[in-house]
Write a protein that binds this ligand. Structure first.
Ligand SMILES: [Zn+2]
Length: 418
């Protein structure tokens, strides 16, 4: 951990008296923890904090810290810049039980302003509270989820590669085709950007659905090999890094250079294991922390369009089926916020290729056996509704059903010669 360890405030005039009841202390020495404490003014009740950017080259917003010693008080939390949003639309995620359960500051779904400050009143007996930019998700949460999948037919828990530091394993979950001769390979990745936690709840839902026994899940089990990499930037996730815009480039700009162990290993796996199969690829992300205006894509679920005409019809079919699937669910996906500018996308991807900063989706699209490749974004606090882990899982289940139908319908069309 590179974060603050037990930062205690310098006792101010009034603070000396308060210190008798326990001075304010901020820590982040746990997986995913991150904060830079700039100043604690106990007397005024003002806490100045900032995300610890580490090797991220731009302002970014991941923080996750625990504050103690403020029972019964109201504190003002101030982030540095007026021109940058550090808080999600609903404010910080808050846990009073050490990270087991979370709620948003504005749990009623109303927009919190401003994007760089909030006030919080601690209960009389509230001695320790955790504040985070998003609902955390790291190895502990993944391990808990895997309990649901252990013992299911064919499921294996493997390792893609060692993490960048060499200290950790990068998880790889496989659900092989039960008939053994898969015509398809479905690949799912998350956390190319370490701070983007909403993507993992969605991935859990995808896996739940594959193993659910539903018609769509069964089609996958009979026709596809599935591989899942929940943490592409494993060290970043556990260390609480931003990950996004990491120097010299982040994991999702590494598909040409391959400086990261996970990118190199994932590329190799997909090329090797997709031989004779058609690739369906989903890269799961979270967007900007909140929209610049009152509403926008960052408060929603959205997907990027493909500049590749060969894939465009399939993407359109998938989007339509997913939107149908999400109707009436807690978190809505309706396609309204999809990044539809294929011209813009074309230019972006072309530039990325030229400058050697290709992303995963673009790289997969370039493979001759790529049938479908897409990047999906899931808002941090508002995500077509107030984001919860359950809501995220439901999005994943809908996503998988839509993907399964997109492929099975195409197979049937081909077989019947339509
Ligand atoms: Zn991302």
């Amino acid at each position: 951990m590179q974060g603050m360890h037990g930062y205690a405030a310098a006792a101010l005039v009034l603070g000396v008296a308060l210190a008798a009841n326990g001075a304010i202390e901020i820590t982040c020495d746990y997986p995913g923890g991150n904060v830079k404490v700039e100043k604690i003014d106990e007397a005024a009740g003002v806490v100045k904090v900032a995300p610890d950017l580490r090797d991220t080259k731009h302002k970014w917003f991941h923080f996750d810290f625990t504050l103690s010693g403020a029972a019964g008080r109201t504190l003002h939390f101030q982030f540095p810049s007026n021109s940058f949003n550090y808080l999600a639309t609903l404010g910080p995620a808050i846990s009073r039980d050490g990270g087991t359960t979370w709620r948003w500051l504005n749990s009623d779904g109303t927009r919190h302003e401003p994007g760089n400050a909030f006030d919080y009143t601690f209960g009389a007996d509230e001695n320790k509270t955790r504040f985070a930019v998003s609902i955390p998700y790291n190895q502990k949460h993944w391990d808990a989820a895997t309990a649901r999948w252990r013992g299911k037919e064919g499921v294996t828990f493997g390792v893609l590669c060692k993490s960048q530091s060499g200290k950790r394993d990068t998880e790889l979950l496989r659900i092989p085709c039960r008939k053994g001769n898969a015509k398809w390979i479905f690949a799912f990745t998350a956390r190319h950007h370490a701070c983007e936690t909403t993507a993992n709840a969605v991935m859990e839902g995808v896996i739940d659905e594959v193993l659910s026994g539903s018609k769509e899940g069964e089609w996958i089990r009979d026709n596809a090999d599935c591989v899942f990499v929940p943490f592409m930037d494993k060290d970043g996730v556990e260390n609480g890094d931003q990950g996004k815009h990491r120097a010299p480039h982040d994991h999702n700009r590494d598909y040409t250079a391959e400086i990261y162990t996970s990118v190199k290993a994932f590329k190799k796996l997909l090329v090797t294991e997709s031989e004779g199969k058609q690739i369906v690829f989903f890269d799961l992300h979270s967007p900007m922390i909140r929209p610049r205006g009152k509403t926008g894509s960052s408060d929603n679920v959205f997907t990027f369009s493909t500049p590749n005409p060969r894939l465009a019809d399939r993407v359109a079919t998938f989007r339509r089926l997913w939107a149908e699937e999400q109707k009436g669910k807690a978190l809505v996906y309706d396609g309204k916020y999809d990044d539809g500018g294929s011209k813009r996308q074309n230019a972006r991807l072309a530039k990325a290729r030229k400058t050697g900063l290709q992303n995963s989706r673009g790289w997969v699209e370039g493979l001759s056996n790529c049938w479908f490749s897409i990047c999906c974004e899931f808002g941090y606090s508002l995500c077509g509704g107030v984001f919860t882990q359950d809501g995220g899982r439901e999005l994943g289940r809908g996503l998988l059903k839509a993907a399964s139908r997109t492929c099975s319908q195409a197979s049937e069309t081909k077989l019947s010669g339509k």
